[in-house]
Design a protein around this ligand. Sequence first.
Ligand SMILES: C[S@@+](CC[C@H](N)C(=O)[O-])C[C@H]1O[C@@H](n2cnc3c(N)ncnc32)[C@H](O)[C@@H]1O
Length: 333
Amino acid sequence: MDEKRASGRYYTRGNPFQLKPFQTWAKEINLEQQTALEPFAGAKDIPQLIDAAQLRCQDWAFFDIEPGAKGIVPRDTLADFPTGFNVCITNPPWLARNSATRRGLPFPEATQYDDLYKYALEQCLTHCGWVAAIIPEAFIRSGLFLQRLRDFISLVPQTQHKTTEENGKRDTSYMFEDTEHPVGLALFTPDATPDVRVWRNNQPLGGLGKLRTHLPQPSRNRSIVFNDPNGNLGLIAIDNTVSASIRFCPPEELKDYPIRVHCRSITKIGVPWHVDIDLLNTYLTTIREKTHDVFLTAFKGLRRDGHYRRRLDWALTRAIVDTQQLQLATKTK
Ligand SMILES: C[S@@+](CC[C@H](N)C(=O)[O-])C[C@H]1O[C@@H](n2cnc3c(N)ncnc32)[C@H](O)[C@@H]1O
């Protein structure tokens, strides 16, 4: 497993190239007349998926540090990226820096990024005009490379209720069957784009800038204290496996939970004013509906309603609690 992790080798499963935004991207660049670069080719899964999506490239150029099939040029493309290609379609290696450190795995010294895929993507964008990359879903919250990003598709597995008979077969609905990690497909253009169109599979969710307008103003109010054992507001910050269940609650409901300093899932919050829990929950629901959860971290595994489980981080929680206070104050004026 660690050998696999060292080179970030998780193979692509499922077919995001059938989705509308990719089909549009491919048409625009006249894919059938292009030579596409796959700089992290692995076992050449990507060209097969492109074929299966009824698309063609005129030719492919394959590279990999550890080729997993014939016809791939062995090369460390992170150190020596292939040049002369206008189109790149790939699934770069992923490896979190802290995971590499923990496991004693090498991590390129040439980069400050916290994950290898960001460095790999930067290389692709530096050398190619048109880039399609399958990357962690969390990318859309990183704020990186947004200028040339035109579409970001959160790839949500479709089939999840399998019959007993189907259970025995390989489930290709997951992109990465060995990780089930939430993934997305990012589509870049050579020039700056006016906004990023965000999708959930084929469903358009709206422009990233527009979605962001539904978020509260960021707050630096440090009088709101997390993991406060005497806090007057409870928060269950992670969805359960059934539905969108993140919620604020009375602190008494959490009396049996030990509040740990580093806990990021259930907490008591000290807020130096009277909090209206129902209003906070209504506000949270509105934000989740209007932003389609684009700004909430997704987890491995789907909820029973077919969506990723999400986590509400402390920064957004602080902003919600603070904004609510301001709204209440304005109302009572
Ligand atoms: C996530 S896998 C993707 C494989 C393939 N793109 C696919 O979708 O099936 C990443 C690939 O990057 C390769 N890789 C990792 N570091 C590399 C490097 N420095 N240079 C070239 N390839 C590298 C790994 O060997 C692995 O095959």
